[in-house]
Write a protein that binds this ligand. Sequence first.
Ligand code: PGA
Length: 233
Amino acid sequence: MKAADLKGIKTGTLRVTIVTTAKYFIPRLLGPFCRLYPGVDVELEVVNRDQAIERLAANRDDLYIMGVPPDTLPTERHPFLENPLVVIAPHDHPLAGCRRIELRRLAEEAFIAREPGSGTRIAAEKFLASHRIKPRNRMQLGNNEAVKWTVAAGLGVAVISRHALMLEPMHDRLAVLDVQGFPIRRSWYVVYPAGKRLSVVAQTFFDYLKREAFTIQEELAAPPLRRAQKKPR
Ligand code: PGA
């Protein structure tokens, strides 16, 4: 691969580790990338944030995609795409369709939380704590799909990435609530160890992400799920 790098040939293996929520868009960027560079083989790991940080510390991959880069390791980090977090509820929740719901109203709801260490959970807890709101967690679940099904079943509300609502087969079971202060604005980062010299293949994918992320960004601009009926407050 080093010889190929020296010649600038885009061939070899690209090793990328992504955190679970990035699975909703990275494969859709990898598809066209692989068609453009058929000589590149991809090894994609989808893990939770703690495992991604372990792999980063051990320098096991070329690039890492995550929402909360670690403060404990020297890294290069580049934001390349928005990662807005929204509040979801079952479609028949009394607040579905209400406008500008006060944030403190969320303290009355049961929350379905992600597992400790999830970037979504860290960001949601930080945001709610900064507004002195202590969520009442009814349940914690290790992935977004389980969170969505549990919310759809009427067991509570949840904070979730807009990306997790793309290609959503449950559009008629969930509603996005219009809560003041939401969406929480965050970014996705490409991360790699500070000082690491990227291979030509890794650098090519990094440049591709920066150039093509707008295609996913455009999807985020569309209304999430179906539009709920607006009710007067
Ligand atoms: P996660 O997503 O909640 O699946 O860890 C990463 C993030 O949003 O930071």
